[in-house]
Ligand binder design. Sequence first.
Ligand SMILES: Nc1ncnc2c1ncn2[C@@H]1O[C@H](COP(=O)(O)OP(=O)(O)OP(=O)(O)O)[C@@H](O)[C@H]1O
Ligand SMILES: [Mg+2]
Length: 456
Amino acid sequence: MSGKILVIDDEKTIRWSLGEALKNQGYEVDEAENGTEGVKKFMEDPADLVVLDLKLPDKSGIEVLRMLREEDPALPVIMMTAYGEVETAVEAIKGGAYDFLLKPFQLEKMKVSIKNALESSRLKSELDGIRKKERDTYNFRNFIGKSHLMNEVFRKVTKIGESRASTILIQGESGTGKELVARAIHESSRGVDQPFMEINCAALPENLLESELFGHEKGAFTDAKFKKKGLFELAEGGTIFLDEIGEMGITLQSRLLRVLENKTFRRVGGVNDLKVSTRIIAATNRDLLKAIQEGNFRSDLYYRLQVIPIYLPPLRDRKEDIPLLANHFIDFFNREFKKKIKKTSPEVEARLQAYSWPGNVRELRNVIERAILLEAEDELLPEHIPVEMDADEAENGGAASGNDMRGVYPMSIRDMEKLLICRTLDETDGNKSKAARILGISRQTLREKTKLYEMD
Ligand SMILES: Nc1ncnc2c1ncn2[C@@H]1O[C@H](COP(=O)(O)OP(=O)(O)OP(=O)(O)O)[C@@H](O)[C@H]1O
Ligand SMILES: [Mg+2]
């Protein structure tokens, strides 16, 4: 338990006993013996939660409550009242108190109330934070790309957002923008005001991951002292983003598969079926087909997730996006570091284009950030782009693997055709006659296909 609690009560024994009990639980505790002192202490060093007596020598508890919540409108306050003051207690709840307890109260009840109040206030501020961050960082304005390949991704994202599609699998190398896409889908969907909950499947051991996802009942296992909601419940109506799904343990994969199929789940140790009402977006940079062959990923789960696949092409396959992205990041870091670096020059662009970007957009972003922060005065020069890049350029003969299809499959023939057409159009700057010639089909056929795939 962590957090700072301020106890405001004129009864010394209560301040003392409550203080001791809470300190034992790991909280930091401060106390005040009247309203004026309490408010003063709070202004000097705000607490995360206040336990407040309704009857104080100098001010009424209601008045103190009002003053505290003026300072911090989200502050959880637990009121204590003696028997016979129940009407005022109702007034306190209306004034925004989280809970009230009758004196003399059981210590155990107080502890539970404090724990719940802190948890819900933390969750709320976390959600507010996440939503704000989403709005600031993740929308189409910040989702850059003009290549056919990326247009195809944008189109798909918008379509999925408008649809009721419930399971989406995003694949692509590291740094290609999988998380960005997951958030963009959430942003463009109806549940946009609902939470976006993200969990990294590689970060937790299997049993912890399970209770994070599905929650648990009180007593389900040794440490389960309280009932806990999982992400499937917390994200109700919104989106769950299962990042690095390829790292999920095989047992939990089975459980997830059942949940996806039945659209219901149970808390760990629970007996009630709860309905799944969230969109599930999974992402991985791992080759799942290979993982299946090696026995590390369930093929049935793969096909269940793969209903709507999104493939993010590596940056080396959409080089026309590089200058656009570079200038986007220059703008961004200009703002961040209060600089005024000009847009990229043709020399810098040539250098950026010649590299194969194994770390994809993230690597490009990092290179620009470092150059702006450490080097550039008012213009980015080729020498600001780290030298190691030359070796790579030589190795790849400059034409860094433009036609490399590694990492593209698994995909359907239809998607493959789309991809092929996209790449050829990118290659020919959108010139359809040229593209048709390269593809060995008539202009007419190409026109039909671009129409069919809504590529125009
Ligand atoms: N099309 C894009 N436009 C603007 N920024 C992008 C684009 N694609 C990726 N980025 C930026 O590149 C960085 C990496 O993207 P993101 O975290 O989404 O990659 P990822 O595919 O999830 O990578 P990993 O597999 O390593 O988790 C982020 O800072 C993201 O904002
Ligand atoms: Mg990621």
